[in-house]
Design a protein around this ligand. Structure first.
Ligand SMILES: Nc1nc2c(c(=O)[nH]1)N[C@H]1C(S)=C(S)[C@@H](COP(=O)(O)O)O[C@H]1N2
Ligand SMILES: [Mo]
Length: 321
């Protein structure tokens, strides 16, 4: 499989981070003996690039990998990075790849607030520190009835939340994406109410399948896929998997979300993939797997029913869509 490459960087703009990345790729190609012929640039990491150095270290070597897509072929990395929904850059599938270089990802911090004992705003390097990254291959099913199979790199959201000690009143988790209309051209239009907001029930957030992803296809997260850190909830429609997260707030009452505010008839709080509950304007029984001809049957909970169905025991999924 050919690997996605970031666009070449002019020599004049090569920073310690890029040198670090180049070295990492080199090491990965099997030259592990090149024992840190430590490029001098690496000895000094400017604060703005601190998380990138942390992540580069975490990505070195082989990460544990788990396939949770029944051996279905990975989506071509080219498709996964050029056919995107990231309305902050516009509503065409091609917009994110064209404009996402404007996303400013360094420095980056995440506010963790509300019903937690350890609230605050944390530099991304501190969020990443001590997390064991792993690769997880998941199906991603968009509410628009297309799907992909993506090898994410990340760590369970539960590991992050536990560190901040949710109180007994924490029943839901709200996430917010970056707000930066100067750089995010889509935010100069009222496509939805910005910033993009999503939410989970606390047991969904703590479920071991729920990931905070910082990379895909063996590399750090491309901007168009939600750099530097995003949510991935594989049994829910893709719009729940919020990109470029800057805030996580634990709350007591069920919150609203950007999509519910936009159109409560069409979008519910749960958004579980469900072939039996149609979108008001189209069927959800089948899906188009990007890169394939024809259509596949959509699976209940996107194929993760054994793991997650019990979260919804006794709920009417026609009502709680
Ligand atoms: N902030 C933000 N997050 C977002 C979106 C968005 O427009 N903005 N789109 C969602 C939708 S509809 C989908 S299908 C997935 C797509 O993720 P991908 O582009 O990495 O495949 O991201 C989700 N996360
Ligand atoms: Mo989507």
């Amino acid at each position: 499989m050919s690997r996605y490459r970031y666009p070449p960087i002019p020599e004049s703009e090569v920073t310690p981070w890029e040198l670090f990345e180049q070295r990492r790729r080199f090491l990965k190609r099997g030259a592990a003996l090149a024992v840190a012929a430590a490029a001098p640039g690496l000895l000094f990491t400017p604060p703005a690039r601190a998380w990138q150095a942390t992540l580069a270290r975490q990505l070195e070597g082989e990460l544990p990998s788990r396939s949770l897509a029944d051996g279905e072929a990975l989506t071509d990395v080219k498709d996964a990075t050029t056919y995107n929904n990231f309305y902050e850059f516009g509503t065409r599938k091609s917009d994110p790849e064209v404009y996402a270089h404007r996303l400013v990802t360094a420095p980056w911090s995440v506010a963790i607030e509300g019903e937690v004992e350890k609230a605050g705003t944390f530099a991304l390097e501190d969020v990443l520190a001590g997390q064991d990254l792993e690769e997880r291959i998941y199906r991603l099913r968009c509410v628009e009835a297309w799907s992909m199979v993506i090898p994410w790199i990340g760590f369970p959201l539960a590991e992050l939340l536990k560190r901040h000690a949710p109180t007994s009143r924490a029943r839901y988790v709200v996430f917010e994406s970056i707000l930066d209309p100067d750089n995010l051209r889509g935010q100069r239009r009222s496509i939805i109410e910005w910033p993009y907001r999503e939410a989970l029930r606390i047991d969904e957030a703590m479920h071991p399948l729920t990931l905070m992803a910082v990379g895909m296809y063996g590399e750090r997260m491309p901007n168009q896929n939600g750099a530097p850190i995003r949510l991935v909830v594989p049994w829910k429609y893709g719009f729940k998997s919020i990109k470029s997260v800057v805030k996580i707030r634990l709350v007591e009452e069920q919150p609203t979300t950007s999509w519910i505010d936009q159109n409560p008839e069409e979008y519910g709080f749960y958004a579980n993939v469900n072939p039996e509950v149609d979108h008001p304007r189209w069927s959800q029984a089948r899906e188009r797997r990007i890169g394939e001809n024809g259509r596949r049957e959509t699976l209940m909970f996107n194929g993760y029913a054994d793991e997650v169905a019990e979260l919804y025991a006794g709920m009417d999924l026609n009502k709680h869509f």
